[in-house]
Design a protein around this ligand. Structure first.
Ligand SMILES: Nc1ncnc2c1ncn2[C@@H]1O[C@H](COP(=O)(O)OP(=O)(O)OP(=O)(O)O)[C@@H](O)[C@H]1O
Length: 254
């Protein structure tokens, strides 16, 4: 469970997040949606502890993030950022094993390597195991990075998974595979999953709840099926109604 309480965040005097309140529940996949530059990644970084809000606080399972040590945090939440540039020729498997760093003292190298292999399997990337990471395609790299964050919280029931545009480089089949996997893991391991995404159809069909963010304010928190409507899309994205209804299909047109 993650609670954002009255988060305020500014950059260079510009207010990016204004009095944001939001609750993200275990066992659920929640989307954060909104236009470019709205503050979605900034909010995600505040929720993970990567950015410290100017005001307000973030609670993880009821405890203020600032009271967790980095080691504790690394076992309770994993973060997939929008960009993960790596130029050193690590293999895909070595990248995924890096997710196991928080357990390097207590788990054997062999068991960490095995978990990394299982994570690669889950994301349909086992065949890339020994490839040099910088030579992989964008979508292949994205799947390997996803395997890395999965391996980080592999044995952690009730952990949090933060994903910033995890499907941006994926083809249609892998987009659905990733979202199916995320839903399954959220339900089975009671993960709190928070995903920044732009694909509203995917959000409609594959997330439980959503928040919309725009110009610093946030609203939502209800079910994605209730909230992602042509009316809302037209308003949040400044899109003429006919495009909102047309682009997102009959089931979103209401
Ligand atoms: N370090 C920074 N310095 C200056 N401005 C920044 C910085 N980081 C973010 N911003 C600005 O803050 C605003 C919010 O950025 P953020 O990355 O949170 O948007 P976003 O909703 O995730 O956008 P996108 O959908 O394009 O990824 C943007 O206008 C961005 O230019």
């Amino acid at each position: 469970m993650i609670d954002a309480e009255n988060i305020v965040y500014s950059i260079g005097g510009q207010r990016i997040l204004a009095n944001v309140y939001a609750t993200f529940k275990p066992g659920e996949v929640t989307a954060i949606l909104g236009p470019n530059g709205a503050g979605k990644s900034t909010l995600l970084k505040c929720l993970t502890g990567a950015l410290k809000p100017d005001e307000g606080r973030v609670l993880l399972a009821g405890k203020d993030l600032k009271h967790f040590s980095l080691t504790e945090l690394s076992r309770k939440r994993a973060v997939l950022s929008q960009a993960n540039p790596i130029s050193f020729p690590f293999t895909a498997h070595e990248i995924v094993v890096m997710g196991r760093n928080p357990y390097s003292l207590e788990k054997t190298t062999a068991s960490n390597a095995e978990i990394a292999d299982e994570a690669l399997n889950l994301v349909d990337a086992r065949h890339l195991r020994d490839r040099s990471y910088p030579t992989l395609s964008g979508g292949e790299q994205q799947r390997v990075q996803f395997a890395r964050v999965l391996s980080q919280i592999w044995e952690q029931e009730g952990a949090c998974l933060f994903l910033d545009e995890p499907t941006s480089a994926l083809d249609l089949r892998h987009q659905h595979q990733l979202m199916d996997l995320v839903q399954k893991l959220a339900a089975e391991k009671k993960l709190t999953v928070i995903i920044v995404m732009h694909d509203l159809n995917l959000a409609y069909h594959c997330t439980d709840r959503c928040f919309f963010i725009r110009e610093g304010w946030i609203r939502g928190g209800g079910t994605s099926k209730d909230l992602i409507t042509a009316d809302t899309i037209a308003e949040i994205f400044d899109l003429p109604m006919k495009y909102a209804a047309m682009r997102f299909g009959m089931d979103l047109a209401g």
